[in-house]
Ligand binder design. Structure first.
Ligand code: HEC
Length: 434
């Protein structure tokens, strides 16, 4: 009896949910989903390989779209939905996947163009809107046709005459075909980083220099501000929160160029929107990072830990796990002073090609004494198709054949507070893998 009921219920639910293939059309059912979840990348000039704005553009891709959404390869979103809520979650609901699948299975009918939703008016050029200030690399940099290029650093002078608060920031590549990623790092006037480097002149750090891990509780001296990486459309910090740029600061671009057979040039830029009034909270990048791991050759599941401990109340704004080609999964866990724990983000299948930032739907209070512990696994076996060399013993390093284990995060705090007072030195056992 009971099983019968369940069967009945299931089939009723099945009927209710299964989109009627005959009635599923591009104009009525598919276009609204593409607008909401796909066109930010799949439109001319953006990173998606083909535009999906119109029926004519989408029709030839119906089967590929079916495949990409059914396997959840598209849209790119890697957070385990059981943990946390994120404001930039682009993932599809099951009924949206069902609609796209039903449409492809029905032969991708157009339907009545009168049913089409109004096209989305995307901001041209800058995703954050029109910047108040644009800073550009001083001159175009020539990029060769071939070869693997080292990561370079380059100073982009800013000449800020007064302190500024930044509400939104975005990096735009000058040449999308050649820029793999750019990290814009803020250098404040008290920092020594690359002081001898003339503006616009590229610099690659020497290889195989002996590396000394920094002390426990280490936090970056120069701030990771915003990046251009696949899947990030600039950053707009929540209302009342902003990043601080002291007078006399510059930006340093860390750039990874990829070659594609055709030589070219690149002149990338960063756009900033300033806060209209001083913020209630200052936003800062922090990191739980491991420097000392050693991944043995062939190890398919090597575990590494990192931790950051807060000595002040802060709020958590965003999370960005970072590893290279051997990274396979990543988790952030808060261990509160009460001993309670909470998973903040789990990325069960990390993909180096997508460096996503996960913005918390609501900034979360992290009380003083909380530790944020990160756990990562690396696959250094032959089964990892992205593995540059399964025979290598892999340690910390900047180049993509080395590895990193960095739990980046952005925190908010009272702007009057000294940055150094936010972080505790790491003492307890969980610091072991640091
Ligand atoms: C954050 C940007 C982004 C979003 C959002 C996005 N895509 Fe993509 N898409 C890409 C990029 C970049 C590629 C090419 C690289 C790859 O395949 O991973 C791609 C590849 C694809 C492909 C494979 C094309 C091929 O060569 O086979 C399909 C199909 C696709 N996307 C469909 C979609 C659909 C449908 C959505 C929305 C439901 C979507 N994408 C959302 C960026 C995006």
């Amino acid at each position: 009896m009971e099983t019968k009921w369940i069967a009945l219920l299931c089939s009723a639910a099945g009927l209710a949910f299964a989109a009627d293939p005959a009635a599923t059309t591009f104009s009525k059912n598919v276009a609204p989903i593409l607008q909401k979840h796909c066109q930010q990348c799949h439109r001319p000039g953006e990173i998606g390989p083909m535009p999906l704005d119109t029926y004519q553009q989408a029709r030839p891709w119906a089967k590929a779209i079916r495949q990409a959404v059914a396997t959840r390869k598209m849209p790119p979103w890697f957070a385990d939905s059981r943990y946390g809520h994120f404001s930039n979650d682009v993932s599809l609901a099951q009924n949206e996947i069902d609609t796209l699948v039903a449409w492809a299975d029905a032969g991708a009918p157009e339907g009545n163009p009168a049913d089409l939703p109004k096209p989305v008016a995307f901001e041209e050029g800058w995703a954050i809107g029109k910047p108040d200030l644009v800073l550009e690399m001083p001159k175009a940099l020539p990029i060769p046709a071939r070869g693997t290029l080292d990561i370079i650093y380059l100073v982009v002078p800013a000449d800020f005459k007064e302190d500024r608060w930044v509400q939104a920031a975005e990096v735009r590549p000058g040449n999308r075909a050649l820029v793999h990623h750019i990290n814009a790092i803020l250098r404040t006037p008290d920092q020594r980083t690359m002081r001898n480097l003339a503006p616009g002149v590229p610099y690659s750090p020497p290889k195989n220099t002996k590396f000394t891990p920094p002390p426990d509780g280490w936090q970056p001296d120069s701030e990771f501000f915003v990046g251009y990486v696949p899947g990030l459309f600039g950053k707009r910090w929540p209302e009342g929160e902003a990043k601080f740029v002291p007078a006399g600061s510059d930006f340093i671009f860390q750039i990874h160029y990829s070659t594609n057979g055709t030589a070219g040039t690149d002149q990338s830029k960063i756009g900033l929107i300033f806060s209209k009034e001083p913020p209630k909270q200052r936003v800062l990048s922090a990191v739980a990072k491991s420097w000392t791991f050693v991944i043995p050759p062939g190890d398919a599941h090597h575990e590494v830990h990192s931790v950051v401990e807060f000595a002040s109340d802060v709020t958590l704004v965003s999370l960005q796990p970072h590893m290279h080609y051997r990274g396979s999964d990543y988790e952030y866990k808060a261990v509160y002073p009460t001993g309670e724990t909470e998973v903040l983000l789990r990325v069960p299948k990390y993909d180096f090609n997508w460096q996503l930032t996960y913005f918390l739907a609501k900034p979360k209070l992290i009380p003083r004494g909380t530790r944020i512990e990160c756990t990562a696994h690396f696959d250094n076996s032959v089964n990892n198709p992205a593995n540059p060399d399964p025979n290598a013993t892999v340690t910390y390093g900047e180049q993509s054949w080395d590895e990193m284990m960095s739990g980046w995060m952005e925190i908010g705090f009272d702007p009057g507070k000294n940055v150094k007072s936010l972080f505790a030195a790491i003492t307890g056992p969980a610091g072991g893998g640091k």
